[in-house]
Design a protein around this ligand. Structure first.
Ligand SMILES: Nc1nc2c(ncn2[C@@H]2O[C@H](COP(=O)(O)OP(=O)(O)OP(=O)(O)O)[C@@H](O)[C@H]2O)c(=O)[nH]1
Ligand SMILES: [Mg+2]
Length: 451
C-alpha cells in the first residue's frame, strides 16, 4: 500500500498554478532526484522550497515544492506538493516524469483513502471531504465543514460510549446476580438510556432525510401535454431562454435542464417532451423519457393549458401522479378558460401566465412551502449526510426497540446485551470500523482525481 502515488490535484487547464501531489514512502527522494535547488531530503518538514524541476538537466518548470514528512500529513505518509506554472504542458510533463521514475498515477480519492486507512480520518469525515468538494451552495458547504470538524463523529462516539457503559452494567449483573440492588439499577438504567437513544437517533435520521436536499438539491420534473407551456415555465423559472419555445406541439424532444438556488437550496429543473400518444419514433422516445423523469423526480410540476379542455392524455398523467409530490400549474391563464378540472382532486393548483410572468413567484413560493425550505435555513443540527450513513443508522432502530421491549418484558439480560453489541457494531460501521474492501473502493472511487 505504501507505493508512491501521484496526481494533479488542481483542475487541469490554463491557470496561474497547478499542484502535483505525491504521497508514499520515498516520494521526497523521488522528487529530489529531479529537482534543482536545496536537497529536499534534508530540509525541515512542512517547508516550501524554491527551485526547478529538471529532466536530465533540462529545466521543465520553475516550481515551489512543499515537503511534508510523515506522520503529520494528509495521508500520514510523506507528502510532496509541487506548485508549478499552470499550463497543461508543464503540469503533464512533471506528472509524466514522476510516473516514469517510480510513482503510480493515483486512483480517484486515493489520497483520502490512505488518510482513512492510516487512521487519520474516519469514514464520516472522508465522506465530508467529498461533499465539500461537491458543494454547490453555501448551505451544503457549511454542512460538510461541520461534518469534517467531526461533529457527527462525536455524536456517534458518544452513543457508542453509552452503549459500552450499558454493556458493563449488564456484565456486572450477570457476574454478580446476588446483588439485587444492581439488578434494579441496571434494568431501569437500560430502559431509560435505550429509550433516550432511540428518540435521539430517530430525530437525527428524520432530520437527515429532510435535509438530504441540502446536499443533493431537489429534482423537479416539468411535465404535461405538448404545447401547454412547459418550456416557457422552465425559462421563466431560470430567468433565461434555455429551452426552445414555439407554437408547434412537440417542440421539446429531449430533456432540457437548468438550476436555480432557492432559499439556499439547489433546484434542478428538468423540462421534458410533451406527453401524448404518438407514432413519431423520436417523439415517442422523448415521451418515454418524460415518464422516467416523473419517477425519478422529488417534485413534479404538472402543467395544463387553461385554454383547452382536459384530454385522455392529461387524465393518464393525473393517474401517474397519484403517489408523487406535485404542483398543478394551469398555464395560459391570460387566455379564455376552457379547462374544467372540477371532477379531479388535483394538488397544489397554481395559475400562471408566462407572458406577463403572473404566477411564477407563487410557483416558487409553493416549492418553498412544500419542502419547508424556510425552516431548513433556521436550524443547525448535526445529521447523517450520505445514504450509506442513513441506512446503517436505520438498521439500529428496530434493534433498539427490541432492547427496550426486551427489558420491559424481562428478557434475560445476556440476550439484551447481544442486541446492544449489534447496535454498537452498526454505529461503528458508520465511522468505518469493520469496513469491507468493496465498500471502501466503491466509496472512494466517487472522489475526484488528486484528492
Ligand atoms: N397566451 C399564452 N401563451 C403561452 C403561455 N405560455 C406559453 N405560451 C405559448 O404556448 C406555446 C407553447 O409553449 P412551449 O413552452 O413551447 O410549450 P411546451 O409545453 O414546452 O411544448 P412542447 O415542448 O411541444 O411539449 C408557445 O407559442 C408559447 O409562446 C401563456 O402563459 N400564455
Ligand atoms: Mg417544450
Amino acid at each position: 500500500m505504501n507505493d508512491i502515488i501521484v496526481a494533479i490535484s488542481t483542475s487541469l487547464g490554463k491557470g496561474a498554478i497547478s499542484i502535483i501531489r505525491l504521497s508514499g514512502e520515498g516520494c521526497i527522494q523521488l522528487v529530489n532526484n529531479h529537482f534543482k535547488g536545496k536537497n529536499l531530503t534534508k530540509v525541515d518538514s512542512h517547508t516550501i522550497n524554491y527551485g526547478y524541476i529538471i529532466d536530465n538537466s533540462k529545466i521543465i518548470d520553475q516550481v515551489l515544492i512543499s515537503v511534508m514528512k510523515a506522520p503529520k500529513t494528509y495521508t500520514r505518509e510523506d507528502v510532496v506538493e509541487i506548485n508549478c506554472h499552470g499550463g497543461i504542458a508543464a503540469t503533464n510533463k512533471i506528472l509524466e516524469l514522476m510516473i516514469l521514475n517510480g510513482a503510480r498515477l493515483a486512483e480517484p480519492g486515493e489520497f483520502t483513502k490512505r488518510a482513512f486507512l492510516n487512521g487519520r480520518i474516519d469514514l464520516v469525515e472522508a465522506e465530508a471531504v467529498m461533499d465539500l468538494i461537491n458543494s454547490k451552495t453555501e448551505k451544503a458547504r457549511i454542512q460538510s465543514v461541520n461534518q469534517l470538524e467531526g461533529r457527527l463523529t462525536n455524536i456517534i462516539r458518544k452513543f457508542r460510549q453509552e452503549l459500552l457503559e450499558l454493556l458493563a452494567n449488564i456484565e456486572v449483573n450477570i457476574d454478580y446476580p446476588e446483588y439485587e440492588d444492581i439488578e434494579v439499577v441496571t434494568i431501569d438504567n437500560i430502559k431509560d438510556k435505550v429509550k433516550e437513544m432511540n428518540t435521539s437517533l430517530n430525530n437525527i435520521i428524520k432530520e437527515s432525510e429532510n435535509r438530504k436536499i441540502i446536499k443533493d438539491g431537489i429534482n423537479v420534473a416539468i411535465v404535461g401535454r405538448p404545447n401547454v407551456g412547459k418550456s416557457s415555465i422552465l425559462n421563466k423559472l431560470l430567468g433565461e431562454n434555455k429551452a426552445i419555445v414555439t407554437d408547434i406541439a412537440g417542440t421539446t424532444r429531449d430533456i432540457v435542464e437548468g438550476s436555480i438556488t432557492l432559499n439556499g437550496i439547489e433546484l434542478n429543473f428538468i423540462d421534458t417532451a410533451g406527453i401524448r400518444n404518438t407514432e413519431d419514433v423520436v417523439e415517442k422516445y422523448g415521451v418515454e423519457k418524460s415518464i422516467e423523469e416523473i419517477n425519478k423526480a422529488d417534485l413534479v410540476i404538472f402543467v395544463l393549458n387553461n385554454n383547452e379542455e382536459l384530454t385522455n392524455d392529461d387524465i393518464e398523467l393525473i393517474n401517474k401522479l397519484k403517489n408523487k409530490k406535485y404542483i398543478t400549474v394551469i398555464n395560459k391563464k391570460d387566455l379564455e378558460q376552457k379547462l374544467d378540472i372540477s371532477k379531479y382532486e388535483l394538488n397544489n393548483v397554481i395559475y400562471t401566465d408566462t407572458i406577463s410572468m403572473d404566477g411564477i413567484e407563487s410557483l416558487k413560493d409553493k416549492i418553498i412551502e412544500l419542502f419547508n425550505l424556510e425552516e431548513i435555513e433556521q436550524n443547525d443540527v448535526d445529521i447523517f449526510t450520505s445514504t450509506r450513513q442513513i441506512t446503517l443508522a436505520k438498521e439500529c432502530l428496530p434493534i433498539l426497540k427490541d432492547v427496550e421491549e426486551g427489558v420491559i418484558n424481562n428478557v434475560p439480560v445476556d440476550m439484551v446485551s447481544i442486541d446492544i453489541k449489534r447496535i454498537w457494531t452498526l454505529l461503528g460501521e458508520i465511522l468505518g470500523e469493520n469496513y469491507s474492501e468493496e465498500l471502501i473502493d466503491q466509496l472512494f472511487s466517487q472522489f475526484c482525481l488528486g484528492k
